[in-house]
Ligand binder design. Structure first.
Ligand code: APR
Length: 393
């Protein structure tokens, strides 16, 4: 069997690549290890930034992919119980629509539906995917279909969109890519709870440590609590989580319902360079991990997908490889920009609170940065530019 592009992985990156190629009239096959039910349930990121909303608009996909999803343009920073509302899109609206609050699994379900509606080829439960001849003209992808039959596909390009633990990056010989990894030394306990969402996405800073409260639907919330890295989630029964949130959010009456999911993870960042090996191109989490502060992980996946799909379109339509040769450099430029923002916000919101992490000097620096954000219009605009991902033209 032959196609133009084989996409490995049906997360936000792979499904966006597939939809954009489909809309460009380019053949592709998506291979996903899990079932449709599994990928449509997996809870992860939750914000689609302005730049990504515009990207879907430019492909005529915004209504189908983001229709009915609420928008949000304000963040609350609660510092020692004092509220500060910060607009996270430009003040005159010229950047376009504000960000959308869209849980990853909702985006994934809608991308799957749009792709299949357009006649796309998506194969779930594809096992033992392996990549061959990546440096030749026609790479081969082998796998075992859901019914157990061995299959093979030849193609012009492979899009490695199978996340940080996928097989795509693992297929690259040692030494061909450099990994730049950073551990922030911070743990987060995250819980999903049947609790009413906040008025606006909320970050809380206090001596008790960082906390956050984000909407995840009309009756559900995701909460984050700073904790020691590698803390045991079992050490956080419901009542302890509730009490810690009430203290850190300075809201003794915070309504809190049963916890449906509970996890501890370390804040880490990782960038691979370059994002290409022969005819394999890495997109999304397979290429980079961003610490969750600032919500850039999924948005970078969407950015890379758009860059890659446009570059392939240039090759197929005009025999022009310029953009494809430039994919890694352009994508990495945005990746480092967003890593810097995420790191800045991570340091600011943790150092400004509990000063056992980096001491009182760092605490005062972080407080000065917050003060500047709340009072200087120029600082507010710079923040909005980073949150929206839209640079002035
Ligand atoms: N073969 C086929 N599919 C695979 C394989 C494999 N060997 N390994 C992983 N996959 C699939 C996973 O099952 C998953 O559906 O690849 C998909 C990868 O999806 P994501 O991990 O969501 O990654 P990506 O699409 O790059 O989206 C990035 O993840 O961490 C978040 O914040 C980040 O939301 C952003 C998103």
């Amino acid at each position: 069997e032959a196609t133009t592009v084989v996409v490995i992985g049906a997360g936000p990156a792979g499904l966006t690549v597939a939809n954009l190629l489909r809309r460009s009239g380019i053949d592709c096959v998506v291979l996903e290890r899990q079932s449709r039910a599994y990928v449509g349930q997996r809870q992860r990121a939750g914000i689609v930034e302005t730049r990504a909303v515009r990207m879907f608009e430019s492909w005529g996909l915004a209504d189908r992919v983001l229709g009915g999803v609420p928008s949000e343009g304000i963040l609350e920073f609660r510092v020692d119980g004092e509220r500060h509302l910060v607009r996270d899109y430009d003040h005159d609206g010229s950047a376009g629509p504000p960000a959308r609050i869209c849980p990853q699994q909702v985006l994934v379900q809608k991308l799957i539906a749009a792709y299949l509606e357009d006649g796309g080829d998506l194969r779930f439960e594809a096992a033992d995917v392996s990549l061959h001849d990546l440096t030749g003209d026609r790479p081969t992808v082998r796998y075992r279909a859901a019914d157990g039959t061995p299959r093979s596909l030849t193609c012009s390009f492979v899009a490695g969109c199978d996340g940080d633990h996928g097989i795509s990056r693992a297929a690259v010989p040692a030494g061909a890519l450099t990994a730049h990894a950073y551990d922030h030394g911070i743990g987060w306990l995250t819980v999903l709870a049947d609790a009413p969402p906040p008025a606006h996405p909320l970050f809380a800073v206090s001596e008790h440590g960082f906390a956050a409260h984000f909407p995840r639907g009309p009756h559900s919330s995701r909460f984050y609590l700073q904790c020691p890295p590698d803390d045991d989630p079992g050490a956080w029964p419901d009542t302890r989580v509730r009490d810690a949130l009430r203290t850190r959010l300075a809201d003794p009456a915070l309504p809190f319902g049963p916890i449906t999911d509970r996890e501890v993870f370390r804040l880490r960042s990782l960038v691979h360079d370059p994002l290409r090996y022969g005819r394999l191109f890495l997109v999304g989490d397979a290429a980079h991990i961003v610490s969750p502060m600032g919500g850039k992980g999924m948005n970078l996946a969407l950015y890379g997908a758009d860059l890659f799909a446009r570059a392939v379109r240039d090759v197929v339509r005009n025999d022009d490889e310029t953009a494809l040769r430039d994919y890694s450099r352009r994508c990495l430029r945005r990746v480092w920009n967003d890593q810097e923002f995420s790191d800045w916000l991570t340091r600011t919101l943790h150092d400004a609170g509990d000063d056992t992490l980096h001491g009182p000097f760092r605490r005062n620096l972080a407080r000065a940065r917050l003060d500047r954000l709340f009072t200087s219009p120029a600082a507010g605009r710079a923040f909005a530019e980073l949150m929206t991902g839209v640079e002035p033209d």
